[in-house]
Design a protein around this ligand. Sequence first.
Ligand code: COI
Length: 370
Amino acid sequence: MAVTTEKSAGNGTLTADSIEFIPVKPEQMKAKPDENRLGFGKIFTDYMFVMDYENGAWRNPRIQPYGPFMMDPASSVLHYSQSVFEGLKAYRAADGSIRLFRARDNFERMNRSCERLCIPRLDVDFALAAMKRLLRLEAEWVPSAPDTTMYIRPTIIAVDPFLGVHAAERYTFYIILSPSGAYFPDGMAPVRIYVEDEFVRAVRGGMGFAKTGGNYGASILAGAIAQEKGFTQVLWLEGVHRRYIEEVGSMNIFFKVHGELWTPRLNGSILPGITRSSVIELATAMGVKVFEKDIDVYELFDLGARGELEEAFGSGTAAVISPVGMLRLQSRDLIINNFQTGPLSQRLYDTLTGVQYGRLTDPFGWTETL
Ligand code: COI
């Protein structure tokens, strides 16, 4: 992956130099949090990046104090959910430097989500430059405690005050930063997953491949019911046949069967995860055969019952590699690898995080130093 230079940022009118800086009043600077009690996505830094789209162009890029937006109650995002977002991380290496992982891929995926939602594309070089400038300003906030990161959330929302259902003419793009710990409170401990055969997350032709709030909003009821039953998240099935596995609430899913790694193919209703694609490349480089294919959940349970399902884990930016210890499908429970983290899951976790934090060399060109 080519490393972005700030010089190439912009679309002819926008450059990193054109970003206005609006300082936080010294008395409003926040105290830095306890790095051992960060949680996920709850704490935000002093500054955010903001830019507007109006009259056919992105304009007014600025770094300003983090804080609430003034929004018209008729803003179209509040009614019709015309919005996209991304999730990526900055990592504090042992030598104190700050590292980014496949950041360009996130902004390229954001543009694919924008196309699906009729939102104007971003200039990827400029968006990267803006994010790096914000991160440099907030470098002291990037945590260094084990397994902590700076979670970065770029977002675009439609802000036209108009109740007609059509593409808005005005948008806000913003980037906020959240020093965070593990996504799941129990960290790497295997999770219990409920196979959802009633509710559906997305169907082919819908928005399943896009990173848009509506996909996550659609998942909340099923997730809440599963949590009441003692499960961490749900495993979604493909919406027509309700038997082919898609993804888990906030992660893509992998199964190790007969020494091979299986993951659902990208069929249009699954998020094309950047961690998913990293896992595929890492496992392949380790000599593991990886198959992207339709996976029938009933056949998977039969394999599990015969002891042939060796490991399962989810993958995601927030979740990293998260072992799955148990699946429930209707009245059938499947315990995987005695509810223990499997050796391949652990090796992939160690290698992926080793590359991300700079403990291991990066033969893939995925990382860059801020
Ligand atoms: C991520 O893994 O970054 C996500 O966006 C998933 C989630 C926290 C919604």
